[in-house]
Design a protein around this ligand. Structure first.
Ligand SMILES: [Zn+2]
Length: 57
């Protein structure tokens, strides 16, 4: 039984985003790897807004 929490905000991890609670936290952690100076625009990034829907011409 593994008990872990989102390393970004400490919430319960989501099955699709373990060990993170959401894609927002997942990306935030990733961005910290890429560059701690970079921040995701907007107050909070959740599961929407990161995946751009295919734009058919
Ligand atoms: Zn989180």
């Amino acid at each position: 039984m593994t008990k872990s929490a989102c390393p970004v905000c400490g919430k319960s991890p989501h099955a699709l985003h373990v060990p993170f609670c959401s894609r927002g936290c997942k990306d935030r952690d990733l961005l910290q790897w890429l560059g701690e100076g970079y921040r995701i625009p907007g107050p909070k990034t959740d599961e929407e807004g990161l995946d751009s829907p295919p734009d058919h011409p």
